[in-house]
Design a protein around this ligand. Structure first.
Ligand SMILES: Cc1ncc(COP(=O)(O)O)c(C=O)c1O
Length: 369
């Protein structure tokens, strides 16, 4: 065959640089001939606590039903979420992780001739999802590593239909407060969907967690997305959701795969949502771990970006080199150069106290090399 089949794909798809996930433990073990148990992975902002006993029991109970298709409407999970957040079930869209929900938003509201506005250093999926639909990304320079919402509002043009906002943002951990968000919502045209990606919401202090849901009633163009991958500990099962105006949810549901969330994930999410104690402990232990990492970084004379998430982004200088040295010591973190424009930083997920200690010791040794 003479033709390069890749050429058949639209040019905007061909020019996508794939998302770089954190290196899996098994891959590093294979590459370095290391024992998997000796490897610490702090590269994907997962919950080091695993899952609680009630969630585990729900998963085990759901296994018996895997021969059947899941409930494509996710009735039980939507009911539980509707009750928790005092919203209508018709305004909830479930996804195979919140990443899926972000893709559904792009699929439903972006396309050639349209644009989305986003911040420099924002979560890498936004430009990917935008480009995959043939839409244009308007990237606005960050302010103190965070979203410059005033500049983002100014950057909106006639073709802009989506504003992506990660709050807190990954990988910078920056957070825009309620007042700033509300001022942004008041400024943007109604036509622009404001997507507030709150994957790390449960790691915020409790008084800051609920604010955006209250804004939904006043701003029909606001969409809030959240996930069970982080504080709830279900990253491997893939469940996330969007809270939106019912007509936005309706369009998203039209482009959704009929069974996009699997039955074990649905059952696990219902149980996890109910286990508030697990989330409270995840929050408290994360805070302790963050302080441990901050103190360790300061002890090594390193700057870091103050974080509202379950990760800390530390300025190490030659990050690519340090990343490789850490790998040789069996510690996986995340370089944030290429896709994120932070070539001197490394992002480290808050692990258990022992994992954090292991990382800090490996970092100290790597910097001396
Ligand atoms: C800001 C942000 N949004 C969304 C996601 C997607 O997570 P998931 O698809 O597991 O819900 C992540 C994952 O790291 C994230 O950091």
């Amino acid at each position: 065959m003479k033709m390069d089949l890749c050429e058949l794909s639209p040019s905007y798809v061909r020019s996508i640089a794939p998302y770089q996930p954190g290196k899996p433990i098994s891959e590093l073990a294979r590459e370095m001939g290391l024992d998997e148990r000796a490897i610490v992975k702090l590269a994907s902002n997962e919950n080091p606590r695993g899952i609680g006993p009630r969630t585990r029991a729900a998963i085990e109970a759901a296994i018996g039903d895997v021969a059947r298709y899941p409930d494509g409407n996710g009735f039980e999970l939507k009911q539980a979420l509707a009750k928790r957040y005092h919203v209508d079930a018709a305004s909830i869209v479930l996804g195979n992780g919140s990443n899926d929900v972000l893709e559904l938003l792009a699929l439903a509201f972006l396309g050639p001739g349209r644009a989305a506005v986003l911040s420099q250093h924002a979560f890498a999926v936004y430009p990917l999802a935008t480009q995959a639909r043939g839409a244009r990304s308007i990237v606005v320079p960050a302010k103190d590593y965070g979203h410059d919402l005033e500049a983002m509002a100014r950057a909106i043009d006639d073709e802009t239909y989506v504003a992506w906002i990660a709050n807190p943002n990954n990988p910078t951990g920056t957070f825009a407060r309620h007042g700033e968000i509300e001022a942004f919502l008041k400024r943007v045209p109604e036509r622009v969907l404001v997507v507030m990606d709150e994957a790390y919401n449960e790691y915020l202090t409790p008084d800051l967690r609920g604010d955006s849901v209250k804004l939904l009633k006043r701003h029909p163009n606001l969409v809030v997305t959240r996930t069970f991958s982080k504080a709830y500990g279900l990253a491997g099962l893939r469940v996330g959701y969007a809270l939106a105006h019912a007509s936005v949810a309706d369009v998203m549901n039209r482009v959704r795969q009929p069974f996009n969330v699997n039955s074990i994930a649905l059952a696990a999410a219902v149980a996890a949502l109910d286990d508030m104690e697990f989330v409270a402990r995840s929050y408290a232990e994360n805070l302790q771990g963050l302080r441990q990492l901050e103190e360790g970084a300061r002890g090594l004379g390193l700057e870091y970006i103050p974080s509202h998430g379950n990760f800390l982004t530390i300025r190490v200088g030659k990050a690519g080199e340090t990343y490789k040295r850490l790998l040789r010591r069996g510690v996986i973190v995340r370089p944030v150069g290429g896709g994120y424009g932070l070539p001197e930083h490394l992002r480290v997920t808050v692990g258990t106290a022992a994992e954090n200690e292991r990382f800090l010791a490996a970092l100290a040794a790597s910097l001396k090399e």
